[in-house]
Design a protein around this ligand. Structure first.
Ligand code: C2E
Ligand code: CA
Ligand code: CA
Length: 725
């Protein structure tokens, strides 16, 4: 419209659909300019706004009837409600159209923008005071909440903070908020090298924010970034760095995965403010932590000091009071450390203490507290769930000192005395507990050092026994003290011996014959039970030929712990042992308890299947069958050959519900028959029980009625006696 030029041109594409329309502005000389150019050449602001896509679409619709491919028009007038257009048709005839461009919806949109901006300003104001007063332990939550508020306010899908490490080599997504239904990405974005996104880094270093309304339009310089954004499904993004120009320390970012969006300048200014506020909060936190470090840390070892200990112990006690847990306070004093100082000097003594501190820290769980009280005294505070884990802890602490600390000119093997006090048993506050632990520690020293004592003496005794057994167990295995006894499996009703079950026995040098109940639990905890099972199989395979010479059909069964079938290494070892046994493997049966099989039925099925295909003749039994799992649906999925009825059911025949016990026995026997499985009744102690079982159709049994477990030689005797019967 300027200087006789036309205000604009509507081009209708050749296709008659008329749906895509390109708007071009015409300059004074009548030349076309793309609409995307910076400023629309002095076009009245209202008119410019009006020609947003919806208005344009409406215009096109109005012009639909005109069969022209190019329409030139002049602006007759523009007011707050619409445009008056004068069309210049090719035949020179002019027509006037009025185009309404701000229907009520757009007015709402305008108001919405305004409200959004005001809300943002309020949010920033509130956040700035909150961040200043934030305690260290709630800063992260506060920042994530703020991200959520901003994210929701601007209707984005993901809002987050990235921070660079001190050396400015990697960046990590430290805080994240995602809209419902949007997948979080933080876990995938830890320790990413910062030069991985060169274009972003360059922009940040230049102190510029990165505003990408349409990710797909990112140029080649930002190819890596575009690919990453697209991988995350981002269509539009804005990233605002924080830190000094030239040395960014991180950035905040907002992703839109559902739509493209343009962030107005005034909002970007607000985001910059937010990012700077976050940075200030991070720096303040760091400063506080450094100061706290000085107050709470032992400068020599870098471990917590007495103040730290009191603080953490009080916290831990509070937590236990609330959640009902228990705590052990272990006070450790090195025996004879004075000698190191006296003979090698303090500098070396300090070095030794540093090493010992580090070993103690390594010996406990990350959630436990270790502190140095001063001198050669240390304290460990651990959450405990019972005597067993506690004696494991004690053993780990002793084990940590087993190797000498080797330094130039000296190799020092630290011995230590430990005193243990328990919360809530021995005291209800930090001071009392430390006092009691100290008393116990002196008791340990009095007993001859290099040992530990509980404040409550009985516990010292029990725990020491458990500790000793655990220690002995390792030696016992090496010395071959754990060997099987064999309990016969007999045919019903004849009582003829068909084979034996190997049951582990510990031939303890001082305590005599120990039953599995007293050491298998320990072995399990120490991770030794797999080796015990392997050993038992080895013994059984060694004893088998002697029995088979008497009865070629004689079988032996060996118990397998659950740990076995879920451990590939052990399983392979077992396969090898059995394969090496050759045709004798057909006389071996492995027993696995029902409940351990059920722990992970799929893996159990797979592991047993593998065993069976490696050693096809192998027999597999479900031990203690019926003890708790009512669903029998899984039975068909396990490649087993035998069911061993839990001895509880046989015992039940003489209990207060004999009819119930009978019914269960009958159904297990029927089920076994249906599935073609051997069924063995365990724990048969009386002739009456045996008679009932025979009546129900049971063909095989095991129990004290026939014999308890005996050694291999006696087993051979029984087999022979039974043959000649
Ligand atoms: P289990 O596999 O059910 O073994 C049968 C247990 O019942 C044995 O106890 C046996 O002595 C006992 N028993 C036999 N007949 C009777 C009876 O008539 N009445 C009663 N009340 N009990 C009878 P033991 O030898 O103390 O073994 C206990 C458990 O320890 C075994 O139960 C088995 O689960 C486990 N176990 C034993 N040896 C090994 C082994 O080498 N490896 C593994 N992983 N576990 C083993
Ligand atoms: Ca068994
Ligand atoms: Ca059993």
């Amino acid at each position: 419209m300027r200087d006789g030029g036309h205000f604009g041109v509507i081009r209708k594409p050749g296709t008659a659909s008329g749906t895509t329309v390109a708007f071009r502005q015409v300059d004074a000389g009548g030349r076309l300019r793309p609409a995307a150019e910076p400023d629309a050449g002095g076009m009245p602001r209202e008119a410019r706004d009006a020609l947003a896509p919806p208005a344009l679409a409406r215009l096109c619709e109005a012009l639909q009837s005109i069969p022209s491919r190019e329409l030139r028009f002049d602006l007759d007038g523009a007011d707050s409600a619409g445009l008056a257009l004068r069309l210049v048709k090719p035949d020179g005839e002019a027509g006037t159209f009025r185009l309404e461009w701000r229907p009520s919806g757009e007015q709402d949109e305008y108001r919405h923008r305004l409200e959004q901006r005001l809300a943002f300003e309020r949010l920033i104001a509130a956040l700035s005071t909150e961040l200043i007063h934030a305690q260290d332990d709630c800063l992260d939550a506060l920042i994530e909440r703020a991200l959520g508020q901003i994210g929701r306010l601007f209707d984005v899908d993901r809002a987050y903070v990235f921070r660079f490490d001190g050396a400015r080599t990697v960046q990590s997504n430290t805080h994240e908020w995602v809209a419902p239904g949007v997948s979080p990405e933080a876990a995938n974005l830890q320790d990413v090298p910062i030069d991985h996104f060169p274009w972003l880094l360059e922009e940040f270093r230049a102190g510029r924010e990165v505003h990408v309304p349409v990710v797909a339009e990112l140029g080649d310089a930002a190819r890596t970034e575009r690919q990453e954004f697209e991988r995350e499904g981002i269509r539009s993004i804005v990233l605002v760095p924080f830190g000094e120009q030239g040395d960014p320390e991180g950035f905040i970012g907002f992703d839109s995965v559902h739509r493209e969006r343009h962030w107005p300048d005034d909002i970007l200014v607000g985001l910059r403010l937010v990012s700077q506020m976050f940075l200030n909060a991070f720096r303040a936190q760091q400063m506080r932590q450094r100061l706290g470090m000085m107050a709470f840390h032992d400068p020599l070892t870098g471990m917590g000091n007495r103040r730290f200990l009191n603080d953490r112990l009080a916290h831990a006690i509070e937590r236990c009071r609330r959640d009902g847990g228990s705590l052990a306070v272990v006070l450790i004093d090195l025996d004879d450390f004075k000698l190191v100082n006296d003979s090698h000097g303090h500098a070396l003594g300090d070095e030794v203490l540093r090493h010992i501190g580090a070993r103690l820290v390594a010996a406990v769980r990350a959630s436990d507290v270790v502190a140095r009280l001063g001198g050669d005294e240390f304290v460990v505070v651990a959450a405990t769930t019972g005597l067993d884990p506690l004696s494991q802890l004690v053993e780990r602490l002793f084990a940590a000192m087993r190797e000498p600390v080797v330094l130039p000119g000296v190799a020092y093997t630290a011995r230590m005395s430990m005193g243990i006090a328990l919360f809530p048993d021995d005291g209800g506050d930090a001071g009392t507990l430390l006092q009691q632990a100290d008393t116990a520690m002196y008791a340990a020293k009095g007993e001859g050092r290099d040992r530990f004592a509980f404040f409550t003496p009985r516990m010292t005794e029990d725990s020491r026994k458990a500790l000793r057994l655990r220690h002995d167990l390792g030696l016992a295995m090496a010395r071959g003290e754990i060997r099987p006894h064999y309990q016969p499996r007999v045919q019903l009703p004849t009582g003829r011996v068909l084979g034996f079950e190997a049951l582990a026995r510990w031939h303890h040098p001082t305590d005599g014959l120990l039953m599995p109940g007293s050491f298998l639990g320990l072995a399990r905890q120490a991770g030794l039970v797999g080796r015990i099972d392997c050993d038992m199989l080895g013994h059984a395979l060694a004893d088998l030929p002697r029995w088979r010479a008497l009865d070629p059909a004689c079988r032996v069964s060996v118990n397998l712990d659950a740990a076995y079938i879920h451990d590939d290494v052990l399983l392979r070892q077992l396969e090898e042992q059995l394969s090496a046994a050759g045709e004798a493997a057909a006389c071996v049966e492995l027993e696995v308890t029902e409940c351990s099989l059920m722990r992970d039925i799929d893996r159990s099925a797979e592991a047993l299947g593998r065993l069976r295909s490696a050693v096809p003749a192998l027999r597999l039994a479900i031990d203690d069958f019926g003890s708790g799992y009512s669903s029998l649906a899984y039975l068909g999925r396990l490649p087993v050959t035998t069911l061993k009825i839990d001895r509880g059911f046989v015992a039940g025949l003489a209990g207060d519900n004999p009819r119930g016990a009978r019914a269960i026995l009958r159904s297990i026997l029927e089920l076994g028959a249906e599935l073609g499985l051997h069924v063995v009744a365990e724990g048969v102690e009386t002739q009456a029980q045996a008679d009932t079982l025979v009546e129900l159709g049971c063909r095989e049994a095991q129990g004290f009625l026939y014999s308890a477990a005996v050694d291999a030689g006696q087993a051979a005797g029984m087999l022979q006696g039974s043959r000649s019967r």
